[in-house]
Design a protein around this ligand. Structure first.
Ligand SMILES: Nc1nc2c(c(=O)[nH]1)N[C@H]1C(S)=C(S)[C@@H](COP(=O)(O)O)O[C@H]1N2
Ligand SMILES: [Mo]
Length: 381
């Protein structure tokens, strides 16, 4: 039988298994944060098992059953008859940023690239559920993907549940289009759930079945994974809304292997994105620029001088804001920081207070740059 690699903390070198996972689950390239809507193929990916195939699109059906008066079986052409909606939604994986945890939790080793925004097209879930007519005692809606596999030795489908109140929220949708195209296989073809404002695990891809029940849902991804836990035996707190965060497009030119940056002195247009969950919006983004030159090497995080960046509007209620800041860069070695605060007053921490599995990271991003008077001459000329 299967011999799962024990999942635990490690502070040794990264393993081949982590690299394998990293190659299957690509992240956004941070330079793509320039786009309001992330181009398809640049949107981050997280797939736990194998991407299921759909041999016959015409025969494919979504089943809605359980505690409903009117069980439904909907083909893709049935769904296409529904009043359609479109919304730009920022999704972020709950494990984003996990790579900086020490000792790290051995799972998908995300840097900061597990976030993207897509323009999803489809129908409001609430309208479709209303047609199925939930019985009064239904409390929970279970969403089943077509994919299955093992985690920690436990076989299961990828399934997640929402309370019926959350499922009926007007922003929750069944999506069969992304950026004006049919879903590609990796994003859930032919149909997925999109739960705006929540971390990505709620947005079940390859959605096959919706079941209404009056019992709490105890599936693996609901109760064993995706909870904030302080220890092994802590039952944990279920993960839901995305925490406030901002990212900066790394300025200047990168080194291929280390990704360290070099910029030419002068006016540098720093720019990036900021977002949060719950559809409440970001209120402010601040920038700090710390010199790391020997004369000021004593500088610590507590000396950071924060200055406000210019915050742009969010193109849609559940989508990220743009921000920009003009930096007059003098030659030297610097660390750049950006920090967002949402409308509820939550602000990104400088240091993460980690849970057990590296979920919900929203610590401030730090980028090292070397500012040169002028760039060196180009090699070979
Ligand atoms: N069926 C299914 N749905 C899934 C997953 C999965 O592995 N299987 N991964 C989830 C996680 S953890 C995230 S972060 C998002 C990622 O969506 P994307 O790959 O379209 O960016 O899908 C979610 N939905
Ligand atoms: Mo995720």
């Amino acid at each position: 039988m299967l011999n799962p690699e024990p999942r635990q903390h490690g502070d040794n070198e990264f393993s081949l298994t982590e690299i394998q996972l990293g190659n299957r689950n690509a992240g956004i390239h941070l330079e793509m944060l320039q786009h309001d809507v992330t181009p398809i193929g640049m949107h981050y990916l997280l797939t736990h098992f194998d991407i299921p195939s759909v041999p016959d699109e015409a025969a494919w059906q979504l089943e809605i059953d359980g505690l409903v008066q009117q069980p439904l079986s909907l083909s893709l052409s049935d769904l296409a008859q529904w009043p359609s909606i479109e919304q730009a939604v920022t999704l972020e994986c709950a494990g984003n940023g996990r790579v900086s945890m020490r000792p790290r939790w051995r799972s998908m080793p995300w840097g900061l690239e597990a976030v993207s925004t897509a323009r999803w097209g489809g129908a409001r879930l609430g309208q479709i559920l209303a047609k199925a007519d939930p019985k009064d005692r239904a409390t929970t809606v279970v969403f089943s993907g077509a994919d299955a596999g093992f985690e920690n030795g436990h076989l299961h489908r990828f399934e997640r549940a929402l309370s019926i109140d959350d499922a009926m929220r007007e922003e929750v949708m069944l999506a069969w289009r992304i950026n004006d195209q049919p879903l590609p296989p990796q994003h859930g073809f032919p149909l997925r759930l999109v739960v705006p404002g929540w971390y990505g695990m709620a947005s079940v891809k390859w959605l096959k079945k919706i079941t209404l029940t009056d019992k709490p849902f105890n599936g693996y991804q609901q109760v064993k994974n995706y909870n904030y836990r302080q220890s092994e035996d802590d039952p944990g707190t279920p993960i839901s809304h995305i925490r406030v965060r901002s990212l900066m497009i790394p300025p200047g030119l990168p080194d291929y292997f280390t990704r360290q940056r070099v910029v030419e002195a002068g006016e540098i247009a720093l720019q990036g994105r900021a977002w949060c969950g719950g559809g409440i919006g970001v209120e402010q983004v601040d920038i700090a620029i710390q010199s790391l030159d020997p004369a000021t090497a004593e500088a610590s995080n507590s000396d950071l001088q924060w200055v406000p960046a210019t915050l742009g509007p969010a193109p849609d209620r559940f989508s990220w804001h743009s921000w920009h800041y003009s930096w007059q860069a003098q030659p030297g070695h610097y660390r750049l920081y950006c920090r967002a605060r949402d409308v509820a007053g939550e602000q990104q921490p400088l240091e993460q207070r980690w849970d057990k599995a590296g979920f919900g990271n929203n610590a401030v991003q730090q980028i090292h740059v070397w500012v040169e008077d002028r760039l060196p001459t180009v090699y070979g000329y």
